[in-house]
Design a binder for this molecule. Structure first.
Ligand code: ATP
Length: 237
């Protein structure tokens, strides 16, 4: 029997206040282990889509299945399989780096696991910062900690919401390498980005969303072949 999609959206729709439709009848199936890049300009609906899966946004209608589990049937358990790297810093500035990860383990119903925390910190080159308070980290280190926090409970499906917006070239390369490593280990990755270049580097498949509508889903290689030289002038910002 084939395994279910890592994520399946069926007619996902979200209206804010009845007027603005941030997501309109989105149908999408993400394969286990793939890197899927969701491209779209500001306000396209990318963060709303992620928030709907992660329980931060209440969908208006449609279905969301995580590894075959319908979130309407069980809104909690399937989300333990999901990790989110948000755009904004979401850790308490006065805890240490390690403490903020222990808190995250507790949040996911796991016991404090120091070995796992050190493993994640080492993978993100933060092992020497375990006892630093998070407020004292540089911007780049905070970005690494955001990723550590999303991964510490070993999610099988990880969302990265514009992970490289505003980061320097070196960190961008580091993050790309790390995303590739995660995917090679079998983690399913959905990343949102404004940069075609980022999708080109990382993705197996690309989806383009605008004004809440998923306009296109295509294998990256086929998309690039189709765009040819034009891809250099395609801008989604
Ligand atoms: P960006 O690339 O700028 O992060 P995005 O593609 O992630 O944009 P969303 O943040 O999902 O887009 O926003 C989609 C639409 O929904 C936008 O028009 C936005 O203004 C609107 N929106 C988002 N959150 C809310 C909210 N809480 N209340 C009302 N409207 C909202």
């Amino acid at each position: 029997m084939s395994s279910p999609p890592a994520l399946e959206l069926q007619g996902l729709t979200k209206s804010y206040g009845g007027k603005l439709t941030a997501l309109s009848d989105v149908n999408l199936s993400i394969r286990p282990g793939e890197i899927f890049a969701l491209l779209g300009p500001n306000g396209a609906g990318k963060t709303t889509l992620i928030g709907s899966v992660c329980g931060l946004v209440k969908k208006t209608s449609g279905k969301i299945l995580v590894f075959g589990h319908d979130l309407d049937v069980d809104p909690v358990r399937p989300r333990y399989e999901v990790g989110l790297v948000p755009q904004e810093i979401n850790f308490d500035p006065f805890f240490t780096v390690a403490e903020s990860l222990y808190i995250q383990q507790g949040y996911y119903g796991q016991r404090r696991d120091e070995a796992r925390v050190m493993e994640v910190l080492t993978a993100l080159n933060l092992q020497n910062k375990a006892d630093s308070i998070t407020r004292a980290l540089s911007g780049g280190m905070k970005r690494r900690l955001l990723i550590a926090k999303a991964l510490v409970h070993k999610p099988r499906l990880v969302f990265l919401d514009e992970p490289t917006a505003g980061v320097d070239v070196e960190l961008r390369r580091d993050l790309w390498n790390y995303v590739r490593k995660l995917a090679a280990e079998g983690t399913t990755i959905v990343l949102t980005t404004h940069y075609l270049e980022e999708a080109e580097e990382l993705a197996d498949r690309v989806g383009v969303i605008n004004e809440g509508k998923l306009l296109l889903v295509e294998e990256k290689k086929a998309l690039l072949r189709r765009l040819g030289e034009k891809r250099l002038i395609v801008a989604f910002t």
